[in-house]
Design a protein around this ligand. Structure first.
Ligand SMILES: [Zn+2]
Ligand SMILES: [Zn+2]
Length: 368
C-alpha cells in the first residue's frame, strides 16, 4: 500500500490542531462514505485513505513518528497502535456492511430489500386528469418455502468454522490490520448445508407483482411516487425496499407544457389578425372558441384561462396559451392579388403603424 501524504489526504496543514483534523476527517468520511456512494470504487478507496490518514494523525505518538520519518510506524514497532486503529477500522466496516439496501455481505444479518424503480409512461391527458392503473413489477420476493431463511424447512445453517461465525478474518498488511469477509462463508458467518430447493438458498425468488398505482392530477414529467415496502423483499427477515414509480409524460401532438400552462402555436392569416376572428382551438379534452381581437400582432400570446394543467395537490388550473403564428400565403389567385393590391393602394394614404413610424424615425436620425 503506497503511503500518500496524510496531511494532503485530509486537506489540512502540517500544523493542524486536533480539532481541525477531526473536522476535516468527519467531512471527508461523510462525503466518501460507501453508504452515500454505493458501488463507487473511487469513493471507497478515498474513504479508506481518509481513515488511514486520520488513524495515524489522530494519535500523537504515531503523528510524531510520521512527521519525523514520513511513514506510519511499522506493525511490529507500533506498540499500542494496532488496537486503536483496529477499532476505528471495525467501526467503519460496521457501517459499510449495514449500508441500506446495498450491503453485500451481511453476517446472516437481516438486510433491507433493494429499492426498485418503475418507469410509467402516461399521456398529457392522463397527467391532467389523474390516473389509476395497474403495473406489473418484476422483483425478488421472499421465498415462502423457507420463509426467507434460504435453508430447507426443518434444517438450520451451521456456524462457519473458518471464522467461528464472525463472518470476517483478520489479516496483517504491514502496519495495518484489515478485517476481510471470510472466504469460506462469504461473510455470512454461517454455512448453508441444505439450501432451500425453491430459492437455491437465496431466501428470495423472482416474482411478478401487480400493483395498483394512483397518479394524482397535475403530475409532471420526471416526478417519482414512492410506494413504501413494494420494492424487493428483504433478506433474513429484513424489511422490503421501496418502489419508486418514475412518471414519464409522452410528447403531445399539440401542446407543450410550461409548468401548469399549456402552449400551442396557432397558425393564423394576416386578415384574421387585421380583422379579428373567432377560431376553434384545441384544448386538452376537446375544443374551445378563441377570440382574436382586430389588430392582433404575430407572436402575441392569447390565453384561455383555467384551461391548462391542474395544480398538483392544490386547487386551480393553469391556462391554455396560443401563440399567433402569421402565415403568409405563398400563392395568390388573381382575385386575391387584385384585392391585396387594392388594399396596398388604400394603405398609402393611411397612417403608418407604430412599429413602422418608430423605424423611420430611427433611420432619419442615422442618415442625418
Ligand atoms: Zn427458499
Ligand atoms: Zn466464515
Amino acid at each position: 500500500m503506497a503511503t500518500r501524504d496524510y496531511y494532503q489526504v485530509l486537506g489540512v496543514s502540517q500544523g493542524a490542531s486536533d480539532a481541525e483534523l477531526k473536522k476535516a476527517y468527519r467531512q471527508l468520511a461523510m462525503q466518501f462514505h460507501p453508504d452515500k456512494n454505493p458501488g463507487d470504487k473511487k469513493s471507497e478507496e478515498r474513504f479508506k485513505e481518509v481513515n488511514e490518514a486520520y488513524g495515524v494523525l489522530s494519535d500523537p505518538d504515531k503523528r510524531a513518528h510520521y512527521d519525523r520519518f514520513g511513514s506510519a510506524p511499522g506493525a511490529g514497532a507500533g506498540g499500542g497502535f494496532e488496537g486503536g486503529f483496529g477499532t476505528l477500522f471495525e467501526d467503519i466496516f460496521e457501517n459499510f456492511f449495514s449500508g441500506a439496501g446495498g450491503g453485500r455481505r451481511g453476517r446472516s444479518r437481516a438486510m433491507r430489500g433493494e429499492d426498485l424503480q418503475y418507469e410509467l409512461k402516461i399521456t398529457l391527458e392522463d397527467a391532467a386528469a389523474g390516473l389509476e392503473t395497474k403495473i406489473q413489477i418484476p422483483r425478488l420476493e421472499r421465498c415462502e418455502t423457507c420463509k426467507g431463511t434460504g435453508s430447507e424447512p426443518g434444517t438450520h445453517k451451521t456456524t462457519c468454522d473458518t471464522c467461528q461465525g464472525r463472518g470476517e478474518v483478520r489479516m496483517s498488511h504491514g502496519f495495518l490490520t484489515v478485517a476481510r469477509p471470510c472466504p469460506r462463508c462469504g461473510g455470512e458467518g454461517q454455512i448453508n448445508k441444505s439450501p432451500c430447493r425453491d430459492c437455491r438458498g437465496e431466501g428470495r425468488r423472482r416474482g411478478e407483482h401487480v400493483l395498483n398505482v394512483k397518479i394524482p392530477p397535475g403530475i409532471d414529467d420526471g416526478m417519482q411516487l414512492r410506494v413504501s415496502g413494494e420494492g424487493s423483499g428483504g433478506v433474513n427477515g429484513g424489511p422490503a425496499g421501496d418502489l419508486y414509480v418514475l412518471v414519464r409524460i409522452r410528447e403531445h401532438a399539440i401542446f407543450t407544457r410550461h409548468g401548469i400552462d399549456l402552449l400551442c402555436d396557432l397558425p393564423v392569416s394576416f386578415t384574421q389578425l387585421a380583422l379579428g376572428a373567432e377560431v376553434e382551438v384545441p384544448v386538452l379534452n376537446g375544443t374551445e372558441t378563441l377570440r382574436i381581437a382586430a389588430g392582433s400582432q404575430p407572436h402575441q400570446v392569447l390565453r384561455l384561462r383555467g384551461k391548462g394543467m391542474p395544480r398538483l395537490r392544490e386547487r386551480g388550473h393553469g391556462d391554455a396559451c396560443y401563440r399567433l403564428l402569421l402565415e403568409v400565403p405563398q400563392k395568390l389567385s388573381g382575385k386575391q392579388r387584385e384585392a391585396l393590391e387594392a388594399f396596398e393602394a388604400a394603405s398609402r394614404e393611411q397612417q403608418r403603424g407604430p412599429l413602422a413610424s418608430a423605424f423611420i424615425e430611427r433611420m432619419k436620425k442615422l442618415l442625418g
